[in-house]
Design a protein around this ligand. Structure first.
Ligand code: ADP
Ligand code: MG
Length: 718
């Protein structure tokens, strides 16, 4: 068959009105089920390559959208060409020959009579090619124009020897994300076939017109057709920026599917019973009386929200959002005590052992005096020790357990787990969240869950990404914090920065020196920290210098951290392992080496380690010049503001939602087409549409979830 889209397309027609009328009859063999192997020219090899692109069914092929388009719909006169432009041109070969310069190449001069010309250059060519490209032959080429030493040129353009049968394309040419061994013409040919099938049996439109019409979005079939084969007059810019209604239509549908799945999850969750953890307040009162501070208004408010949920008979699913240093730990402790007062156990899970240790220290300091046993379960607890810890949990002797995900291994059993608290939610995906819930599910139902995050996700976004959760926000920092002054200093002035550390520590303050490394290699990072520690210890001989990094484990690391917290060390050299949770109010200076290597939220989290006491704190960004533009922008943002929310918003604008939320790593939310940041205006209607579908057309909601989340929707059934 012909791979030229234009030809088939004409036969296909794009009369969507016909398709619309066919829409309501369920097709005998739907695109959702049809394997790609049913297409012509798809054998095992092609199927395997398609699988690499995540394409198994014909429908997947239709959802595999072009990343950009080429305009081969019109010929650009050679004399009108500009460098940087991609264009379809036509001309007669004036001269051709193989030149043996630094690199052997075939040079072909293409021109139009006396007007200007362009040189085509081929570094790889067969003798047949060289023979065919001889003077006098007419040629049509497509390629990128660039400025060469002898004027304009195209390197390795696509070309065809001209004959009248060669049509100019009637539509813009799609360029698909490709993979090795699967080139554009193949993908174009396959999508062409898929579009034919689409015309024969359009996919069911699960979104009813009453939802779509007010948004001015096209039908699914229309949208797919448009995106794969846009008409000549389409705005390339709208298409590429993915703001075209056809694109928005797909993004909307995907967002609705995600919303529906999360809502369904939430409903399933809320349909289950949970233990009522009313508590009598006696332990909470004692803790509040013992604390050296009073709760802020924001803290008191979220404590109330949580207390209310815990006392209910449905499992709480609450996200507690609060900037670094907002005081989430005490809120968690109060929730834990409410559960303990009600005779239940509590599990608190942190993403790293370091953070788990920190929580253990804080919680035991607060809870042990109240007679509440708090236990730490770490990966390194082995053999007898582990068995004893497990026994204390199973017997109910220990009321609160702190740990990493090790807490939820199969051999860990609780006597009566009533509440699960997860710190730093964005590091755990929705699947882990569900697994945890199952862990505590007993005869009396599922435990309550409190999820804490310091990632200040804008509210509208949070409501979408965590539509299965209720949201509590601590929106004010505790009083008495002095703002952190942040400066950027090139590493050429390292000595001066070291002198500053000496001066601060000389006044009884403590400091952090953080080493970063661009490689994902932990061992290199540890090595860099070791070297820095040696250098600093030598240069600042009067200071007591400690070191923590990922390879210093367990008791040793604990001892270093404890010594720093107790003021027995002046300077703590560390890798980014200290990012979350470490709390030493006397530390008022932080040096971050190569801050340009870190993302904004990571920098913000790191910096949050200082500014926790009463004195003015400083953060020095010791960067390595020259800085890229983005790096400059990022460091400027960090210098200008200490508000996590503002940083998150600007980070979003700079990088996109996935990265900010760390979801690319965790797989928390994976969208195929939608981008919650770019498509923010679609979020509220998507949420409404999801609710409406679940209410009025549950089968359509289920089908939509299946279409967009495939196997990933399993958790919707929990
Ligand atoms: P985060 O929200 O980052 O986990 P923490 O819970 O570690 O913050 O709290 C940061 C610091 O603020 C801790 O030293 C904590 O004891 C202190 N803190 C918490 N609440 C208050 C408050 N209401 N007033 C004064 N200090 C507080
Ligand atoms: Mg914390």
């Amino acid at each position: 068959m012909s791979c030229a889209p234009g030809a088939t397309f004409a036969a296909n027609g794009c009369d969507v009105s016909q398709q619309a009328s066919a829409r309501h009859e369920p097709p005998s063999s739907s695109l959702e089920e049809m394997p790609v192997e049913t297409l012509r020219r798809v054998g095992p090899r092609v199927a395997e390559r398609l699988a690499k692109l995540g394409i198994a069914r014909v429908q997947d092929l239709l959802f595999h959208l072009p990343v950009r388009y080429q305009d081969r719909t019109r010929l650009v006169p050679i004399e009108a060409l500009r460098p940087g432009q991609e264009a379809l041109i036509e001309g007669t070969i004036r001269e051709a020959g193989v030149s043996i310069g630094r690199r052997r190449s075939l040079k072909v001069w293409l021109g139009e009579e006396t007007l200007g010309g362009i040189m085509l250059r081929f570094f790889h060519f067969s003798p047949q090619q060289a023979a065919a490209l001889r003077p006098g032959v007419r040629l049509r080429c497509y390629g990128e124009v660039r400025q060469g030493p002898q004027g304009l040129e195209m390197v390795h353009p696509e070309y065809r020897l001209h004959s009248d049968s060669v049509q100019i394309e009637a539509r813009l040419t799609p360029i698909y994300p490709a993979t090795e061994g699967l080139q554009q013409p193949t993908l174009r040919g396959l999508t062409e076939q898929a579009l034919e099938r689409l015309a024969e049996s359009p996919p069911r439109d699960y979104l009813p017109p009453e939802i779509l019409a007010p948004l001015g979005l096209p039908s699914l079939a229309e949208a797919l057709l448009y995106l794969h084969r846009p008409p000549i007059e389409a705005s390339l810019e709208d298409l590429v920026e993915r703001r075209h209604p056809a694109f928005q239509r797909l993004a909307f549908e995907e967002l609705v599917a995600h919303q529906a799945s999360l809502r369904q999850l939430r409903r399933a969750q809320r349909a289950r019973p949970a233990p009522r953890l009313q508590g009598d307040g006696r332990l909470r009162e004692r803790l509040l009386a013992a604390l050296p501070f009073a709760l802020t208004e924001a803290q008191a408010r979220v404590v109330g929200e949580i207390a209310h949920d815990l006392a209910g008979c449905r499992p709480m699913q609450r996200l507690l959002q609060g900037d670094v240093g907002a005081g989430k730990t005490v809120v968690a402790a109060l929730a834990a005590l409410q559960a303990v007062e009600s005779g239940r156990q509590v599990a608190l899970m942190a993403p790293t052992e370091l953070l788990a240790e920190q929580h253990l220290r804080t919680l035991s300091r607060w809870l042990e005096p109240l007679g509440v046993e708090t236990l730490w379960l770490a990966g390194r607890h082995k053999g007898r020790e582990r068995a004893e810890l497990l026994a204390r949990l199973a017997s109910g002797a220990a009321r609160v357990a702190v740990g990493t995900h090790a807490l939820f291994q199969d051999d860990v059993e609780f006597q009566d787990l009533g509440l699960v608290i997860i710190d730093e939610q964005h590091r755990f995906g929705v699947h882990q969240r569900l697994k945890l819930r199952e862990k505590g599910a007993g005869a009396e139902g599922a435990p309550h869950q409190l999820i804490m995050t310091a990632t200040p996700i804008p509210r509208s976004l949070a409501m979408t990404l965590f539509a299965d959760l209720d949201l509590s926000v601590i929106d004010h920092l505790p009083p008495g914090r002095t703002p952190i002054v942040t400066v950027a200093v090139p590493d050429a002035r390292r000595e001066q920065v070291m002198a500053r550390v000496r001066a601060a520590c000389g006044q009884g303050r403590q400091a952090y020196w953080v080493c970063t490394l661009i490689e994902e290699s932990e061992s290199l990072q540890c090595q860099a920290a070791e070297e820095a520690a040696n250098e600093l210890a030598a240069a600042l001989a009067e200071l007591r210098v400690g070191l923590v990094h990922g390879r210093i484990k367990g008791a040793e690391r604990e001892a270093v951290m404890a010594a720093f917290a107790a003021g027995e060390l002046d300077l703590l050299v560390a890798t980014t392992v200290i990012e979350v949770g470490v709390d030493v109010p006397n530390a008022s200076l932080m040096i971050i080496e190569n801050p340009e290597r870190l993302g904004l939220s990571q920098l913000h989290q790191l910096r949050g380690r200082v500014g926790r006491g009463g004195v003015e704190s400083h953060c020095v960004l010791l960067y390595h010049a020259p800085l890229s533009r983005t790096a400059q922008e990022r460091l400027a943002i960090i210098r200008q503001t200490t508000s996590g929310f503002e940083i998150a918003e600007r980070d979003l604008a700079l990088r996109g939602a996935g990265e900010v939320l760390g979801t690319r790593q965790t797989g928390l939310v994976q969208f195929r087409i939608a981008d919650p940041l770019r498509d923010q205006p679609l979020l509220p209607p998507a949420q409404r549409a999801a609710d409406q579908l679940l209410e009025q057309h549950p089968e359509a909601a289920a089908a939509l979830i299946r279409r967009w989340l495939g196997d990933r929707h399993d958790y919707g059934q929990v």
